[in-house]
Write a protein that binds this ligand. Structure first.
Ligand SMILES: [Zn+2]
Ligand SMILES: [Zn+2]
Length: 397
């Protein structure tokens, strides 16, 4: 039997266990940076495979090595994220979240359980490959500054340093059984913008005695859209969305201040910096011109995600061998963001998508919604596919 067939068979043979792992994680979700029980569970399982994980990396993250023959020949890294979201689950399933208001609505339970089974497969066949595979179980993907940045800070990409890193993410728009790839620019940088527009409140009937922050805020919101239409290059995908505006006055009360919150997304680090500068300049300028003030706070999010073309081509080829060419799909640019981007700034990286949709089973909800779920058939292939990709990467000189 070929190594590919061995891996495929193991992935299928372990599927009941992978599902069990996934359902345990799904029922017991934990928020970003609070993945204490999750980390314990992952550590227990790794130890049960006979491995010695390094615990406490980025506080609630883990790193484990699988050494093949000649372990110093080359190292390749695989990554899963482990955190859940502050969403109340609306699915009626036996493994529904037991933690009120917390839900694995982004599939990180899928990534973690898959990578556990990947680890098991690789450990079983470690005498059949050369080099080392480093597995990263990271916390805090969903919350700034991103668990990946802490993993890097704590040395997850050193000793041994991986030549490349691969990440997997569920995709409810892609049918189960299919895998999506994209070379180059893939996901956006994401920064949060908080504007406090300060005026001078008063009676709604005497606007001449006030500085109306509601009107100033309205001008700012409209004005800032021109940063996108006039300052961003038309060739440069970019988004500015304000999803929250709060001016606590009344029909006859002009409030003292208005708070606005939004997100700015870009696919180019230079434009990201310039865009943010323009936003600050315009918001403060408009407020001052109208007699008020605008205070701005930025919460810097993840950089944009660049899929290294060579790594992406190689893992795509590995996936073609694994699932057949007809099951490979091309991904479009996404304005979503992912902290896997931090790894892509340090070493060649590629982030691909695992199809989890199944309309015939009614599984169509998007990630970050209270009814998100996956077709668990995806778990038949996800562990083996990652193992196969990693082993392929190890063979590249
Ligand atoms: Zn998410
Ligand atoms: Zn996610």
């Amino acid at each position: 039997m070929s190594l590919l067939e061995t891996i495929q068979q193991k992935s299928i043979a372990f599927v009941e266990d992978t599902i069990k792992l996934r359902r345990h994680l799904h029922a017991n979700p934990e928020l970003s940076y609070k993945e204490f029980e999750t980390a314990k569970f992952v550590a227990e399982n790794l130890k049960a495979f006979g491995l010695k994980p390094q615990e406490g990396v980025a506080e609630t993250g883990l790193v484990v090595l699988i050494e093949g023959k000649n372990p110093s020949a080359k190292t390749v890294a695989l990554r899963a994220d482990m955190d859940a979201l502050p969403i109340e689950e609306k699915n009626n399933i036996p493994y529904k979240s037991k933690n009120a208001g917390v839900m694995h609505a982004c599939g990180h339970d899928v990534h973690t359980s898959s990578l556990l089974s990947t680890t098991r497969i690789l450990n079983d066949i470690k005498d059949q490959f050369e080099g080392t595979i480093k597995l990263l179980f990271q916390p805090g993907e969903e919350k700034n500054p991103g668990g990946a940045s802490y993993m890097i800070r704590d040395g997850a990409l050193e000793n041994p340093k991986p030549a490349s890193i691969i990440g997997q993410h569920v995709m409810p728009l892609i049918p189960v059984g299919k895998i999506g790839f994209r070379e180059g620019m893939y996901m956006a940088s994401s920064d949060e913008i908080y504007l406090k527009v300060i005026g001078k409140g008063g009676h709604g009937a005497t606007p001449e005695l006030t500085i109306d922050p509601i009107v100033i805020a309205s001008h700012i919101i409209i004005g800032l859209q021109q940063v996108i239409s006039r300052n961003a290059s038309p060739k440069q995908p970019t988004v500015l969305t304000f999803g929250k505006i709060n001016g606590d006055g009344a029909t006859n009360i002009i409030p003292n201040e208005v708070n606005i919150a939004g997100t700015f997304r870009a696919l180019n680090e230079e434009w990201r910096e310039n865009g943010l500068k323009k936003i600050i300049q315009m918001a403060t300028g408009i407020a001052e011109a109208m007699g008020g003030k605008c205070e701005i706070e930025l919460s810097r999010g993840y950089p944009y995600l660049e899929n290294n073309p060579e790594v992406t081509r190689r893992i795509r080829k590995a996936a073609e061998q694994y699932v057949g060419k007809e099951n490979i799909v091309d991904l479009d640019i996404s304005m979503g963001s992912e902290d896997f981007a931090y790894y892509s700034q340090v070493i060649p990286a590629s982030f691909y998508r695992l199809g989890t949709r199944n309309e015939s089973k009614g599984i169509t909800s998007y990630i970050h919604t209270p009814t998100f779920d996956i077709d668990e058939d995806a778990l038949k292939l996800s562990p083996g596919l990652m193992a196969w990709m990693a082993i392929n990467e190890l063979t590249i000189k």
